[in-house]
Design a protein around this ligand. Structure first.
Ligand code: BES
Ligand code: MN
Ligand code: ZN
Length: 518
């Protein structure tokens, strides 16, 4: 889908020109205050009511359109519209709610509200057969305009994602056609246009990144192998001018990544260690490092997982996929910062060569680990990657991982788990999550939890028992991050959906891109 802004005049003049635009669907996000009573509609609604020969007032009188945020109405054009200066084939109205009610809310719930009515509008638009649309906000509030337009573009493109259309090779019958929308124009004015154009570009880049993340997550594990992820990284490097470095088994051995090697040793697929650099900032600026868990399939290893739903463990590389998606977005935006992506990737398989419960391995950091459960493998590949990144003298390191089932129990599919000992970094991520509506919830890392990782035979065990499972996993990682500022995102509950709508979500690409843009 193509997305752009178009400048219209302000006030009645602008509205007239918008109404006179030939389009598949004119979407108007209006202020709730316009509906005080059905006999007297204000602002844009009044003009649209006249042009539709009273259809808007009628809908209001029948209770089909209300002032409350998210209330919407879809009308099909009649012959009379054009004569009255309304050239759209469809009119979609969507209430932004009443300012008085909106302003009483906290900033937090306000953005969530905006996202809700935006989603209602986008879903209604995509459900029509319209090929193009003109989207009009009755008024831009300076505070909201940019995030609103960024979210609108992001949501609209997101609705259009269809795995089957992007990868038709997996079904012998052609995939069913989805929405026809190919062009979305957002009405702006001379004053705001530059900023809004930037917001559109950001929304597009974010959703392009999410599409890549979803593709990688959804691809079957016999296709999306560690080598496939490495190839994808190389392709990104070529397309966006990153520097790519791919380390194989031998180099991983030379680096003495004993924990990573233990996880990969049961698999015939060769492990890969991917380093992708975007040098958008000055040479002396310390980089932000993103580390993504790239287990392309997690059987649990010798501590085998139960069979039911095991296919979903193809999504255990969604941390890696979100890092690649984020790199794609910042590459497209030519972000003026230094960002390094680091991805340890392998499979976790049972075999005669596989690591056993009870094995003791030495991590790259020199610390020894008793592997009590081979299914707690994410932390094993991540701990060596977290040691590796010390060499970059990073400003901050953020790891992203589908790390624990316990995080799904704690937070469900709403928030990703955020763990950090650094309040400033945690605040930045919380705020980026709110801005992008890709939210995180801060979890503890207290020293008291560390005791659960004690081992009788090694420096630490790789599991801490069932209580606070996502916290002890994060505590394990923290033992490898003492040399820099660090945060960990557990995306086990947010990276994909199960059930009928099974599929990767593209999270937390919006969060990470918003964080890097701030
Ligand atoms: N990849 C899983 C975590 C996971 C489980 C993500 C379910 C999404 C849904 C991870 O490698 C794992 O198996 N973790 C174990 C840890 C346990 C053995 C301490 C878990 O959560 O059960
Ligand atoms: Mn596992
Ligand atoms: Zn795993």
């Amino acid at each position: 889908m193509e997305c752009s802004t178009k400048i219209f005049g302000e006030g009645t003049l602008g509205l007239k020109a918008q109404m006179a635009t030939a389009t598949g669907c004119l979407v108007v996000a209006f202020k709730g205050e316009n509906i005080q009573n059905p006999k007297k509609l204000g602002g844009v609604l009044n003009a649209l009511n006249l042009a539709t020969h009273g259809a808007v007032a009628k809908a209001v009188a029948m209770g089909d359109l209300e002032a409350k945020s998210g209330s919407s109405l879809l009308l099909s054009a009649t012959d009379a519209w054009a004569a009255a200066g309304l050239k759209a084939e469809r009119l979609l109205l969507i209430s932004m709610g009443e300012e008085s009610k909106v302003s009483k809310k906290t900033e937090k719930s306000h953005i969530a509200d905006v996202a809700k009515w935006l989603q209602v509008g986008v879903k209604a638009l995509v459900a029509t057969q319209a090929k193009d649309a003109l989207w009009v906000f009755e008024e831009f509030s300076a505070k909201d305009a940019l995030s609103q337009v960024r979210l609108l573009t992001q949501f609209a493109k997101e609705q259009l994602y269809k795995f089957g259309a992007r990868h038709p090779q997996f079904k012998t019958k052609p995939a069913e056609k989805g929405s026809k929308l190919v062009k979305l124009t957002i009405a702006s004015d001379a004053k705001n246009n530059k900023a809004l154009q930037k917001a559109v570009a950001e929304g597009i880049a974010i959703s392009n990144g999410m599409d890549l993340t979803k593709d990688l997550g959804n691809l079957p594990p016999n296709i999306c192998t560690p080598s496939y992820l490495a190839q994808t990284a190389k392709k990104l490097a070529k397309d966006f001018g990153f520097k790519a470095e791919i380390l194989g088994h031998k180099e991983i051995e030379t680096l003495k990544m004993g924990a990573f090697l233990a996880v990969t040793q049961g698999s015939v697929a060769p492990p890969q260690f991917i380093v992708l650099r975007h040098n958008g900032g000055s040479a002396k600026e310390a980089p932000i490092v993103l580390v993504g868990k790239g287990i392309t399939f997690d059987t649990g290893g010798i501590s085998l997982k139960p069979g039911e739903g095991m296919d979903e463990m193809k999504y255990d590389m969604c941390g890696a996929a979100s890092v690649l998606g984020t790199m794609r977005a910042i590459g497209e935006l030519k972000l003026k910062r230094n960002v390094i992506a680091v991805i340890p990737t392998c499979e976790n398989m049972p075999s005669g060569h596989a690591t056993r419960p009870g094995d003791i391995v030495t991590s790259m950091s020199g610390q020894t680990i008793e592997i009590l459960n081979t299914d707690a493998e994410g932390r094993l590949i991540l701990c060596d990657a977290l040691t590796y990144v010390e060499r970059f003298k990073p400003a901050a390191v953020i790891d992203i991982a589908t790390l624990t089932g316990a995080c799904v129990i704690a937070l469900g599919a709403v928030h990703s788990g955020l763990f950090s000992g650094d309040d400033a970094l945690a605040e930045d991520l919380l705020s980026a999550g709110r801005q992008s509506q890709d939210t995180v919830w801060r979890m503890p890392l207290d020293q008291a939890y560390h005791d659960q990782l004690k081992s009788n035979f090694a420096d630490m065990a790789n599991i801490g028992g069932r209580p606070a499972g996502s916290v002890t996993a994060a505590c394990f990682l923290s033992k490898y991050t003492e040399k820099y500022t660090w945060a960990h995102l557990d995306i086990a509950g947010t990276a994909w959906k199960s059930g009928a709508a099974k599929g990767a979500t593209g999270r937390p690409v919006p969060l990470l891109v918003n964080y890097l843009l701030a």
